[in-house]
Design a protein around this ligand. Structure first.
Ligand code: SF4
Length: 262
């Protein structure tokens, strides 16, 4: 068993809103409903159809108001609809050069609802999913088979992640393919996923696993896609602290370990 080092205590989980996504997701159907009811008021011909269209538009807007427990009860259906909006408007966002902003806004909106849902009742069976590209490309440590193969050299985020996972008794997977991550998640049956990935894979993950609440953290890509990527370890720690029941017994912290070779 490795000697573990405690990481600095995490700060509070940042407040995320996702206003861009929410404005579109809620605003478009509400505007359509208002126009339909206005048309019904102004035109005698086809009034029934206009009213029907207005009610349909209100029904489309309704899931965007669900929060907390009511969101949890309806989450699969709500997430399917939200993902539909996010994916349908993605080409327009790309055309406007706002693709990442659009997806990140969807992710933030999702995170705010997950945070509210787990505010009073923390998850008991959480699973962390990370992409393999966080490992430094030239590192030969076989972390896919055994996380403890990491030398904790400090050159990539894997060392900090390994210490946090082992110290806190968290369940986590590092995978090199999205479909493996989805399979791991379905097999483990978590009540919460905390996932780190690029914006494209975060959107795909939220779309593919609408039934599992997922708090998502975007990767930063200082060297481009899939090479030596990075993410905020403090944000991961904050998310686990705020959303997941602690498993680590008290007094389990061991001295700082400063050796390690890449
Ligand atoms: S040994 Fe260093 S470079 Fe390799 S995975 Fe661990 S922390 Fe990253």
């Amino acid at each position: 068993m490795k000697e573990l080092r405690a990481l600095p205590a995490p700060g509070p989980l940042p407040d995320e809103q996702g206003r861009l996504f929410l404005c579109v997701r809620r605003g478009v159907p509400l505007a359509a409903a208002a126009l339909a009811f206005l048309a019904a008021a102004l035109h005698d011909v086809g009034r029934g159809w206009w009213i029907l269209a207005g009610v349909g538009a209100l029904a489309a807007a309704w899931p965007s108001f669900l929060r907390g427990e009511s969101f949890q009860r309806n989450r699969t259906r709500v997430m399917r609809q939200d993902s539909l909006w996010a994916n349908a408007l993605r080409p327009l966002a790309r055309w406007l050069n706002q693709e990442d902003a659009w997806i990140l806004s969807f992710c933030r909106h999702n995170n705010s609802r997950v945070r509210e849902a787990f505010g009073g009742r923390r998850a008991k069976r959480a699973l962390i999913l990370l992409p393999h590209c966080i490992q430094m490309a030239r590192c030969k440590a076989g972390i896919l088979d055994d996380l403890q193969a990491c030398y904790d050299c400090g050159l990539c985020p894997v060392g900090d992640y390994m210490n946090a996972v082992l110290l806190n008794h968290w369940e986590g997977r590092i995978t090199n393919r999205s479909h493996k991550a989805y399979r791991e998640a379905r097999e483990y049956r978590p009540d919460l996923i905390v996932a780190v990935s690029c914006t494209d894979r975060l959107l795909k993950g939220l779309t593919k696993l609408p039934e599992i609440p997922s708090y998502v953290i975007p990767l930063s890509l200082p060297h481009g896609m899939c090479v030596d990527t990075d993410f905020s370890i403090p944000l991961l720690l904050s998310a686990m602290e705020a959303l997941v029941e602690p498993k680590r017994p008290s007094g389990d912290i061991q001295p700082l370990r400063r050796e390690g070779i890449a």
